[in-house]
Structure formats: structure tokens, C-alpha cells
Design a protein around this ligand. Structure first.
Ligand SMILES: Cc1ncc(COP(=O)(O)O)c(C=O)c1O
Length: 475
């Protein structure tokens, strides 16, 4: 007899502790938006019903993680909690040196301070913004070399996060023959999954080939591993030869192709804070530990409390569970298929691991990029449904270092899902609100930027609706 195989993927957890969601009316949200100068970053979180601003540090911890926090050993040196943390990181990565840090960006800063000089080039599939900023802070050049398929939002490809191997080889050859320091590549990074490129995965074949190139040229390869577990699960689903392997085995192989990693434990560490830098090189360890002690803390706690390290150690075990990863990837894909299939909303295809990215340029062709279509769509999403998202478009990337404006390559609205926080009905609600907005898309008006700081303007810029205070016109 064949056994019953349910199609419904259930949340693989029961809810033990709840957080109340304040239900708001459209009028209340209109007031809240005006008070926040039409900038979602300036909203109070209590006025947000579904918060999809980021998946970073916003996840729900398990009872084992909370219990682990009570075991936190707060000794300055050699704490129990550090050894649990160290063992959990080594089990997955296999790297000898594990340095705890308060976030991923601290791991980046320490790594680049130890490895980069002015004028060096760092290739990456796509640098995340803190990674780019930390490379540039050293006077080095952050070079994104994503495969061409990764630049086309509507193209379906299983591994749109892959690094361009031909360009990587070219940079490594130029570095080898560099005599005046103008083309030196001291490190190569690959971001798994590729957050800034739509949360798209990198294949094992691509990691293996990049690794071979880097080893042939004697250049270390580091993973920006924030979403390593989601990437491992995509490999299991999409790459030949991995279907029967566990996410842990796949992750271990991914890390074996690299020489080290930076990690924000706020993502696939299933923790609310924390990160680490891990690698094998003993010489680098001496330098990095000195910088760690100078700026984060002693080597057995970095920027973390003992209880944070306990929570991360447990989180790293839990994130490798196949039922968790199946639920995580399925719920993102489900939202993507309802938005594009039922409501005809253009999204970056295929859906990534942690987020759906709506292509506002394609959805709202009547709004020129100079009028910020993705920012406007994010505002309407809040106004109509109390849902907070983030613009990844010309407000975030349009201003150039010389102060001039160049439209961003894409106008995306990212809906990033906190881990283990929202249920199926929340996802259905998001889809329903977006379906309503899509049915009125021709009536959407836009905003004008009134005030903005010279850098990172999306966090604090102030806006106003450009049409008599109206964002969604009657007709
Ligand atoms: C790919 C990637 N790298 C690095 C970081 C930085 O991590 P953190 O926010 O912990 O500093 C992030 C955070 O979102 C990220 O997505």
C-alpha cells in the first residue's frame, strides 16, 4: 500500500510564546507614515503589522536556545560557552580558528584590516553593502563579478548567484603578473546566498571551480556565509548528486572549498545577534586575534556575551534540520508563485531563500526612476496592509560619491522573512494585500525627496507625496 504523502508543508514548530500584533486602520497608518516622513525606516515597529524589513536578527529562538542562554558562562577567558560555540562552528566549517564577533560586519572589518592594502582588488559574486564598505574603507576595490544570468530579474536559472569564473580567472592572472600593486588580488569572496543579487544560491560546481582557480593562483577564498544553510538546501534541491546528502554534509563540502568565512549569526545562526570569522591560516590568526582584542573583545568572547554564544551554538544545529529548511524555502517559493502566478506581479525569478524581490520598475512603468517607484511601492504596501518592506533601488543606490544622481540598475522592493516568526496566514495576508495593490497599480502616484544626508540616505531621508498628499489616487 502506498502511504499518504501530504502536499501541505507545515511550520515545523509549535508556538510557545507569542508577540501581539497591533491591528491598525488605514487612517492610523496614513498618520504614522506622515509622522515618519514617508520613510519606512522611521516608522515605530509597534505600528507595523507584518515586518519584512529584514531577516537579520529578527528570527524567533527555540526553547533549546532560550534554555541554552541560562547556561551562559560569562567568564572573561576560556568560558564553557565559547567552547560549545567553537565546536558548533568547527563541526560545520572544519576551520581551525574561530573568532566570535558581535556581527558579520565586525568579522569583515577584522579580515580586511588584516589582509588588504590600498589599491587591492577583492572579487565577489556581489558584495553586500557592509562588505563593500569595509573593503573600500581599506582603500581597496570591491569588484562584483556575478554571472550574466544573475543580472536579469525575470530569467529563471537554478544558480543565479554564481561567480563569473572567466572574469575571476582574468583577475587572478592579472594579479599574478602585477608588479606595481595596481592589480593585486589578496583574497576572493563568494556570498552564499547572494543577498544583494536576490538571495540567489551558488552551486557546488561553481564553488569547486572557483576554489581550484584560487588554489592554483595561491589566493585564499572566503565565503560570506550568512545564509550558508539556505544555500546548502538549494544545492540539495537543484544540483545533481546532492539529493541524498544531508544539509550538513553539503554545507561541510561548501566550506571545504574555501579557506575561511565571515558570518553574521543573525541569519542562519538563528540568533538575534552575533557573528564570527573562521579560517585555517595560522599567520592570519595572529593578526586577526590582535585586531579582535583591540576592537571587539578577548578571543573567547569577541563582541558577545556567553549566553549569545550558547544561542548561536544551538542555532547552528537547528538550522541544518531538513524539515526547517524545507519549510523555509517552500514558504518563500509559495509567496513568489502566488504573487507572480495569481496576481501577475513581476518578481526576481526564481524566488530566493530569505526574500521575495518585487520588480517595481516592471510593475509600475508609469513611474519614472527619478520618482522612486520601488520606494513608492514600499509605502503603499505599508499604507494598505501595515506591511514594512525595504526599497533596493535609486533611493538606496542612486546617489554617486560625487553627489550626482544615476538611477540604480533595478528598482526592487524586498520582502525579507524573519525565521520562524510568521505563519502561512501571514504569508497569505501579504499576498492578498499585494494582489489588491496590483489591481490598482495604474492609480499609484509617487513621492518627492525633500531632505537627505550625503551618505546612506535611505535610513533618514524625508519624503512627501508629490500629488496633493495622495499615494493611491481614486481613479
Ligand atoms: C550577505 C551579507 N553579508 C554581511 C552582512 C552583514 O552582517 P551584519 O548585519 O551581522 O553585520 C549581511 C547582513 O545583512 C549580509 O546579508
Amino acid at each position: 500500500m502506498t502511504s499518504f504523502r501530504p502536499k501541505t508543508v507545515i511550520e515545523p514548530f509549535r508556538i510557545k510564546s507569542v508577540e501581539h500584533i497591533k491591528q491598525t486602520t488605514r487612517e492610523q497608518r496614513e498618520e504614522a507614515l506622515a509622522a515618519a516622513y514617508y520613510n519606512p525606516f522611521l516608522l515605530k515597529s509597534e505600528d507595523v503589522m507584518i515586518d519584512l524589513l529584514t531577516d537579520s536578527g529578527t528570527g524567533a529562538m527555540s526553547k533549546q536556545q532560550w534554555a541554552g542562554m541560562m547556561l551562559g558562562d560569562e567568564s572573561y577567558a576560556g568560558s564553557d560557552s565559547f567552547f560549545k560555540f567553537d565546536a558548533a562552528v568547527r563541526k560545520i566549517t572544519g576551520y581551525r580558528h574561530v573568532l566570535p564577533t558581535h556581527q558579520g560586519r565586525a568579522a569583515e572589518r577584522i579580515l580586511f584590516s588584516a589582509m588588504l592594502c590600498k589599491g587591492d582588488i577583492v572579487p565577489n559574486n556581489t558584495h553586500f553593502d557592509t562588505t563593500r564598505a569595509n573593503v573600500e574603507y581599506r582603500g581597496a576595490i570591491a569588484k562584483d563579478i556575478l554571472i550574466a544570468a544573475g543580472h536579469d530579474p525575470s530569467l529563471v536559472h537554478p544558480f543565479k548567484g554564481n561567480i563569473d569564473l572567466i572574469e575571476l580567472a582574468r583577475l587572478l592572472v592579472a594579479s599574478k603578473h602585477d608588479t606595481d600593486g595596481a592589480a593585486k588580488v589578496p583574497i576572493v569572496m563568494i556570498t552564499v546566498t547572494n543577498n544583494s543579487g536576490g538571495g540567489q544560491p551558488v552551486s557546488m560546481a561553481n564553488l569547486r571551480a572557483a576554489s581550484k582557480l584560487c588554489r592554483d593562483y595561491g589566493v585564499p577564498l572566503f565565503l560570506d556565509a550568512c545564509r550558508f544553510a539556505e544555500n546548502a538546501y538549494f544545492i540539495k534541491l537543484r544540483e545533481d548528486g546532492y539529493q541524498d546528502k544531508s544539509p550538513l554534509e553539503i554545507a561541510q563540502e561548501m566550506f571545504s572549498h574555501a579557506d575561511g568565512c565571515t558570518m553574521s549569526a543573525k541569519k542562519d545562526g538563528l540568533a538575534n545577534i552575533g557573528g564570527f570569522l573562521a579560517f585555517n591560516d595560522d599567520e592570519l590568526a595572529d593578526k586577526a586575534k590582535n585586531i579582535l582584542i583591540l576592537s571587539e573583545g578577548y578571543v573567547t568572547y569577541g563582541g558577545l556575551a556567553g549566553y549569545d554564544m550558547e544561542a548561536i551554538a544551538v542555532g547552528l544545529e537547528e538550522v541544518m534540520r531538513e524539515d526547517y529548511l524545507a519549510y523555509r524555502i517552500t514558504s518563500t517559493q509559495y509567496l513568489g508563485s502566488v504573487l507572480s502566478g495569481k496576481h501577475g506581479i513581476p518578481i526576481v525569478q526564481p524566488p530566493g531563500g530569505h526574500a521575495i524581490y518585487i520588480d517595481a520598475k516592471a510593475m509600475l512603468p508609469h513611474i519614472p526612476q527619478s520618482e522612486y517607484p520601488a520606494w513608492t511601492l514600499a509605502l503603499i504596501l505599508y499604507l494598505e496592509g501595515g506591511i514594512r518592506s525595504v526599497e533596493i533601488g535609486s533611493v538606496m543606490f542612486g546617489r554617486q560619491p560625487d553627489g550626482s544622481e544615476i538611477p540604480a540598475a533595478n528598482e526592487l522592493v524586498r520582502l525579507a522573512f524573519p525565521r520562524r516568526v510568521y505563519t502561512q496566514s501571514h504569508v497569505d495576508y501579504v499576498a492578498e494585500v499585494l494582489g489588491y495593490i496590483a489591481s490598482k497599480k495604474d492609480q499609484i502616484r509617487w513621492v518627492r525627496m525633500m531632505e537627505s544626508p550625503p551618505v546612506l540616505r535611505h535610513f533618514t531621508a524625508k519624503f512627501q507625496p508629490a500629488h496633493d498628499g495622495v499615494l493611491l489616487a481614486d481613479k
